[in-house]
Every structure is written in structure tokens, then in C-alpha cells.
Design a protein around this ligand. Structure first.
Ligand SMILES: [Zn+2]
Length: 534
């Protein structure tokens, strides 16, 4: 419900900010589209949403990529950050803010403040460190975490690094972390990830290095306050973006509204970086006296033709190219419906095309096309008023229409609860399944009520005429609500549906109620919503 007199509830949702050492691939598209669907859904509900994203620019990986290319690090991050920001258009994202960690004073000042807050609390100390460091992961590994002496992710031998570093007293926070996570005050979804984090913490937490020498960082990164020969470890710096973007530095209005007073502080991230988000980050916040996030949604990975995405395999799929060729909604639909949030999903072009043709072209596109053309043909494009409410049979012999109309209306009205329940579980695939049930029911309603037969009889049979107007009104109203509920997931298609129904786009008060379509409005037949891929 949207109204000026209703206090809108703040909802803050973030994506993990990607390294910008290369251009975005389809794994990034999943992260962004999933977070965008959450943001759009909560806007539709009337929440006061802030959707935050950005670029992690202070990583050593960026330095290395720039060296390989023979350009300056500044130039490389500038160019790749722009490519990520441009996903806003190519993936139809609705983020409110894009933070760049290497150039923005709000970020640099904010993480220095965070560091100092942890330091004041006695949680930062300096000591010599010698460890196995994977440059690919930018993290130290314990011997027993390696596979045959190699980094489990990169399958390369970690370097032995020895230097003086600043450490964060993670070991102090085990009990408080367990308490927050176990009680779901910090809710980790799915449950399997929650269990994984809890057992990691219970095995014992070890203080971790949060700085490195300026030399090893090639002079790139945010200097440690009071120790200019050290720069902050990239994770300390990158994680800070979730609050620095809200102006934690001066504890400004955004920070108070969305973080300290906000009821929903949601992080969306991939399963490879869960430890940083569910252990290190909350511990840093506890130390600094800053409230914790409320929700951590961990999504799984996309494999391509059954194999992990990797540049060396040469199997990265360019999401921008895919969206350009088949439409951004086709890509969004696939990512949100076919790829399950919390279990690994495989991308194959064949499955992509199958889902597109079956669900988008044959079901949704076809329904819109049938309904708009029938209104056009039988009523000159003007949507008729229903004669008799759909829950009341017009006459005994019209019972089939009345009962089926009631079933359809009930199914549509049931969407509100089903979609909300699924989205509260962070399960957009279930929300979409519920919507597609209704699309299927609406197509069946057309087949069962046979409007074309009613149209043939209506000159001589007033009852047929009344039923025809009711059937078409029910279908138009169903499509309007389908556009309403699909808008967080396939926003361009939803707008196109509303336009073809002759309605302005955007959510309005009471729009999830039945019977809001203004009879007498004219449909605007447009282009085919989803052209079938041959
Ligand atoms: Zn590695």
C-alpha cells in the first residue's frame, strides 16, 4: 500500500561489490538481478528502499590486471567500474547509488573512522606475520586448508609472506557472533549456509591480518591511520562500503535512516565470500559499536554447460550480449526462475531458449496477445464493463463462466500472499512459479469459456453478450495484476503489458485489489511481448 500518511518502512539492500579487474560476467548478472528484484519488490510494497552497489577498487588483483595490460591501476579501475555501472541500463537495474572505493572521500573517511573505532576498542594490534598467501584470493591460508599445497580455488601455490601487519582481534567475538546468528538476529539464508558459518565459528576463530605493507600493495589502497607504511587489507576496506556509502563518516541522515534506525539491512552475496560477510564483517561492526546487518542472503554459483565459470576455460557468457540479443527480461527471467537462488544452477543456451519459448512466449506473451486482440475485435478496443460480478453466476446456465471466473479471481488474489511469502524467504523462483500458475490458469480460462463462441451468439443471445464482457474484463484485470506482480522481476515486460492495457505504469494505491481496471479504457495493441526463438 502506498500513501503519504503511511510511514514507509526503510529497506536497505546491497550487493557485494565486485572486483573490477575484468568486465562483468553472468555470475555478476545473477547477483545484480537478484538484488534488483528484492529492491523492486519492496518498492512495490511501498517500502522506502535504498539499493546500494559499487566497485571494489583497492584490490591487489586490480593492480596485477593493470600490470598485465600495461595500463595504470587508476585507468583500469576507472574503465571497469564504468562497465559495471553500465549494467544499470543493460540489465535494467534500479540501484540508487554506486560507490567507488578508491576515489570517494565518503568511503576513505568512513573506513578510517571504522578502523579507529575498532582500534579504540582495543581490537587492533601489530605483530609479525608469516603465512601462506594466495594473491588470487587475497587471503592467507592455513596449511590444512590447502589442497595438495595449492589454493583450493585457484589451484596455484600460495606465496610465503612475512611482514609486520595489523591484526583484528576476531577471537574475542566468537560468542557474540554465535548468539546473533543462532538467534536469527543476523539471519543467514539458506539454512545450510547458516550451519556452515556456525560450525566455522565453533571450531575457533583466529585473529586476522587487516593490513599489509605498502610495498606489497604496490602503493595502492587506503593508508592505515597513524601508520602510513601500511595500507588496509582490501576486505576491511571493501566491507566498509555498506556503511560508508550511507555516510557513516559523519553519521549523516542516510546512515541513521537506513542503518542505525532501519529495520532491514540486507546483504546479498555469493557463497565464496560468506566468511567475510558473516564472520569478519559483523565482528568488525560489534567492535566499532555499529548495529549488525539483519539478513545475509547467500546465492549459489552459475555453472556453464556444467562447468565453473572461469576465464581460463573461456566459457564466460557475456550477460550484456545475451540481454541485447534476446531481451533483458529474458535474461532476468532465466536467472530468477531457472537458476535457484540457493543451489547451483547451470546455464545452457538450450535451457535458456526452452524457458523463454515455453514460459515467456507461449504463456505470458500469448495470453496478452489473445486478450488484447479479442478486446480489439469484439469491442473495438474498449474494455467492456463486467456484467455481474465474477463471484456470482449470472444465471444457472452461466455457472461455468461464473465458477471459473471466481476460481481465476481467487487465484489472482491469492498471489499477494504467495509472492510475499516467497520473497520473505528470498525465493524469487517460487514467487515466479506462483505467478506462472495464474498465467496458466488465465490461459485455461480462455480455452474453457470460449469467448469466440460467445461472440458468435451474442447478437441473438443477451446472456452470451453479458458473459463475453465479463470474461474479457476478468482477463484484462488478471493481466493487470500479473503485470503488477511480475514488475520486480521482468520490469520492461510488465510496463509493456500495462501500456497495451492502456494503463500508466507504476504502482498505485490499492493496485493489488481486484476490480481496479477502469472499464471503458482502450487497449493499445503493441508489438509481440516475446518473439519466439526458432
Ligand atoms: Zn586463491
Amino acid at each position: 500500500m502506498i500513501g503519504n500518511d503511511v510511514a514507509r518502512s526503510p529497506y536497505y539492500v546491497t550487493t557485494a561489490i565486485p572486483y573490477v579487474n575484468a568486465r562483468p560476467h553472468i555470475g555478476h548478472a545473477l547477483l545484480f538481478v537478484l538484488t534488483d528484484a528484492l529492491a523492486r519488490y519492496h518498492r512495490l510494497k511501498g517500502d522506502d528502499v535504498r539499493f546500494q552497489t559499487g566497485a571494489d577498487e583497492n584490490s591487489l588483483k586490480n593492480v596485477q590486471a593493470a600490470e598485465r595490460e600495461g595500463v595504470s591501476t587508476r585507468e583500469l579501475v576507472e574503465r571497469n567500474a564504468a562497465a559495471f555501472r553500465a549494467l544499470r541500463d543493460s540489465l535494467n537495474l534500479s540501484f540508487d547509488d554506486f560507490i567507488r572505493t578508491s576515489v570517494e572521500p565518503r568511503h576513505v573517511d568512513g573506513v578510517r573512522k571504522l578502523w579507529q573505532a575498532c582500534d579504540r576498542n582495543g581490537d587492533i594490534y601489530k605483530r609479525a606475520y608469516r603465512g601462506l598467501y594466495c594473491v588470487g584470493c587475497e587471503q592467507f591460508y592455513a596449511e590444512d586448508e590447502l589442497v595438495d599445497g595449492l589454493c583450493p580455488d585457484h589451484l596455484i601455490r600460495p606465496e610465503i609472506v612475512e611482514e609486520e601487519n595489523h591484526f583484528f582481534r576476531l577471537s574475542r567475538y566468537a560468542d557474540r557472533l554465535i548468539d546473533a546468528i543462532d538467534s536469527d538476529r543476523l539471519r543467514i539464508v539458506p539454512q545450510t549456509r547458516k550451519n556452515e558459518v556456525l560450525s566455522f565459528i565453533r571450531r575457533g576463530l583466529v585473529d586476522f591480518s587487516i593490513s599489509r605493507s605498502k610495498a606489497r600493495a604496490h602503493g595502492w589502497g587506503i593508508p592505515v591511520p597513524g601508520d602510513p607504511d601500511q595500507v588496509m587489507y582490501v576486505w576491511f576496506d571493501a566491507l566498509g562500503n555498506y556503511i560508508t556509502a550511507l555516510d557513516y563518516a559523519s553519521e549523516g541522515e542516510l546512515y541513521r535512516r537506513y542503518w542505525t534506525n532501519g529495520p532491514c539491512r540486507v546483504h546479498v552475496l555469493g557463497k565464496d565470500i560468506i566468511r567475510f560477510h558473516a564472520v569478519y564483517w559483523p565482528a568488525m561492526l560489534l567492535s566499532a559499536g555499529v548495529p549488525l546487518p539483519t539478513d545475509i542472503l547467500v546465492h549459489s554459483f552459475i555453472t556453464i554447460d556444467g562447468r565453473k565459470i572461469s576465464k581460463s576455460l573461456g566459457n564466460t557468457v557475456d550477460p550484456v550480449e545475451l540481454a541485447r540479443r534476446h531481451g533483458v527480461d529474458a535474461l532476468r527471467y532465466y536467472l530468477l526462475r531457472v537458476v535457484r537462488t540457493t543451489s547451483d544452477g547451470d546455464f545452457t543456451l538450450e535451457r535458456f531458449i526452452r524457458a523463454y519459448n515455453a514460459d515467456l512466449a507461449d504463456q505470458l506473451g500469448n495470453l496478452l496477445n489473445r486478450v488484447v486482440s479479442m478486446v480489439d475485435r469484439y469491442y473495438g478496443g474498449v474494455v467492456p464493463a463486467p456484467q455481474g460480478v465474477p463471484s456470482v453466476p449470472l444465471a444457472p446456465q452461466a455457472g461455468v463462466e461464473g465458477t471459473q471466473g471466481t476460481h481465476l479471481m481467487d487465484a489472482v488474489l491469492g498471489l499477494h500472499g504467495r509472492v510475499d511469502e516467497a520473497m520473505n524467504r528470498f525465493a524469487p523462483h517460487d514467487a515466479l512459479a506462483a505467478i506462472w500458475d495464474v498465467i496458466g490458469a488465465a490461459n485455461k480460462y480462455v480455452d474453457d469459456t470460449e469467448p469466440w463462441a460467445l461472440a458468435k451468439r451474442r447478437k441473438t443471445d443477451p446472456l452470451a453478450n453479458a458473459r463475453l464482457s465479463t470474461v474479457l474484463y476478468n482477463l484484462v484485470e488478471t493481466l493487470r495484476l500479473i503485470a503488477h506482480y511480475t514488475s520486480p522481476f521482468i520490469p520492461a515486460a510488465a510496463e509493456s503489458i500495462l501500456r497495451q492495457l492502456g494503463l500508466p505504469s507504476g504502482a498505485r494505491e490499492g493496485w493489488s485489489d481486484w476490480g481496479r481496471y477502469p472499464a471503458g479504457a482502450a487497449v493499445q495493441p503493441g508489438r509481440v511481448l516475446f518473439l519466439k526463438i526458432e
